[in-house]
Design a protein around this ligand. Structure first.
Ligand code: CS2
Length: 494
């Protein structure tokens, strides 16, 4: 039987960067694939350039899957980098302890309070911040938050644990700390501060604690980027073939990686710059570049491709109608909405996006990108759409994106979106099904979804936008997604 990956079996020359020391300096929430192929890799490379006490305490949200596998492998795991014509495997060794947030609350709170820990990093997904996409206010009625607010000293959700952990840290001396979000959010740092601060205020934190939060806790903005699909059996098989050992928690990833961070750290940081991270004051511009050009277009590819029965992003993007709609979305609707960072090569970036979406070796799943649309689209679509609507223009491709999402995840009665769309997970599904249960036609269906509290009021009040979303949904239902895309392209003058 092939042996399991661990410190004794790690083949020579496979380590990415350097191993972390036993001493941990970072507490990370969200032990998923993205963190393990992004922040963890930058940290391993930073440690090779400049040693420091930057081991990571990794906290999974609810699942034991990754925690158990990493614990059984001395916390090692591999990254399988997949590009057309080439695969590479490297092993990451920077995690030193792991917990499951929903079960190991006391240990997690101790870790946040421990002054040896200087940075709290997060990949908890857009939904994990529990902010209303319309107002940025904390959703105190969401079940996780309501439960934690009822018992703030015994929290289970990442946000509740972070807030309580920071209270404990304040009470035990108040060593400064940085909270660094690595999620796809507009103004990720400011948004995270808003979520934590609101939770603390609602849960009755003392004014002195809130003053400490303002003075001693920083929340840098950051833009994170690397396409990381979910691992499959093929990932495990490729790693075993190349490494000669079994890894039960490998991560597949593209080669491209980018991290742009505001240099606002309260208590130091690893030499992430030596690992390729870009430190700049223009982070929010980079965030918009990425959220709109990459993520916004990605959603459009996923919904058009999903309705066309394409199981992967490269198969979707390879359809001429998808590529043309994406180009129109980028050039006419997203790009003009972004104040570009100084010296930024927008054309080069856009060209690289089309190459990255073409990565057939990576085979990123359409259903992965199409999942969680209600929490993703609000970060991507409303602002650029409103910019055009205020100027009297209807953003065709952005309306098509919303229509595609609706037809995939809450299809109008009688419309079958097919298996790729069926595999998309939508957290607001129950709520949207309830909202649309009495709708007798597509117009009423779309109106009910738009009024369901997902998109900002100002967008919902833009009747020409709602009308266009409705028309696209009607065409998808009657004549299919290609006909709807053709309509959008014609209206875009393409
Ligand atoms: C994708 C992102 O899930 C999505 O909607 O757009 O996960 C994307 O792959 C990453 O942000 C790339 O950095």
């Amino acid at each position: 039987m092939t042996s399991r990956l661990n410190r004794d079996t790690l083949p020579d020359g496979r380590l990415i960067g350097a191993s972390a020391p036993q001493q941990t300096g970072i507490v990370h929430f969200g032990l998923g694939n993205f963190h393990r192929a992004h922040l963890a890799v930058y940290t391993a490379k930073a440690l090779a350039a400049e040693p420091g006490d930057w081991g990571i305490v990794g906290i999974a949200n609810r699942s034991h899957r990754v925690v158990d596998a990493m614990d059984a492998q001395d916390h090692l795991y591999s990254i399988l980098t997949l590009q057309p014509g080439g695969e590479e495997v490297g092993v990451v060794d920077v995690h030193r302890r792991t917990f499951v947030a929903a079960e190991d609350g006391p240990q997690v709170l101790d870790a946040i309070a421990d002054p040896a820990h200087k940075i709290l990093t997060l990949t908890i997904s857009e939904a994990g911040y529990h902010l209303d996409g319309r107002t940025n206010e904390l959703q105190t009625s969401s079940p996780d938050i309501a439960a934690d607010l009822a018992e703030p000293e015994n929290p289970r959700s990442p946000l509740g644990l972070i807030a309580r952990g920071l209270v404990r840290r304040f009470e035990s001396g108040g060593a400064p700390i940085t909270v660094l979000s690595c999620d796809n959010l507009v103004s990720a740092g400011n948004t995270t501060r808003a979520a934590v601060q609101q939770f603390l205020t609602v849960s009755g934190a003392a004014p002195e604690m809130l003053a400490w939060l303002g003075e001693s806790v920083t929340f840098p903005n950051a833009m994170v980027d690397r396409i990381v699909p979910a691992p499959t059996d093929a990932t495990r098989e490729a790693v075993e073939r190349i490494l000669g050992v079994v890894d039960e928690c490998p991560v597949p990833a593209e080669k491209f990686t980018m991290w742009v961070i505001e240099d606002d750290f309260a208590a130091g940081r690893p030499a992430w710059d030596a690992a390729g991270a870009i430190f700049t004051h223009e982070v929010e511009k980079y965030e918009l570049v990425k959220l709109r050009l990459l993520n916004g277009s990605h959603s459009l590819i996923a919904y058009l491709g999903g309705l066309d029965g394409r199981g992967t992003i490269p198969a979707s993007r390879a359809q001429d109608f998808v590529a043309r709609c994406v180009r129109a979305a980028i050039e006419d609707e997203y790009l003009p909405s972004i104040p570009l960072p100084e010296g930024f090569d927008a054309q080069g970036y856009i060209d690289s996006l089309f190459d990255r979406w073409n990565n057939t070796a990576l085979g990123d799943k359409t259903s992965r990108v199409g999942s969680d649309g209600s929490t993703k689209l609000v970060q991507r679509v409303p602002e650029p759409a409103l910019r055009l609507l205020r100027a009297g223009q209807v953003p065709q491709q952005l309306a098509l994106t919303v229509a595609g999402w609706i037809c995939c995840v809450v299809p109008p009665t009688g419309f079958e979106p097919g298996p790729v769309a069926d595999a998309m997970v939508e957290p607001a599904k129950e709520k949207l099904l309830a909202a649309t249960k009495d709708a007798t036609d597509v117009r009423a269906h779309v109106a009910a979804i738009m009024a369901a509290g997902i998109f900002p009021d100002e967008l919902v009040a833009q009747q020409p936008f709602v009308d266009r979303v409705t028309e696209f949904c009607e065409v998808v239902v009657a004549d299919g997604v290609r006909a709807a895309a053709q309509l959008a392209l014609e209206a875009s003058g393409r």
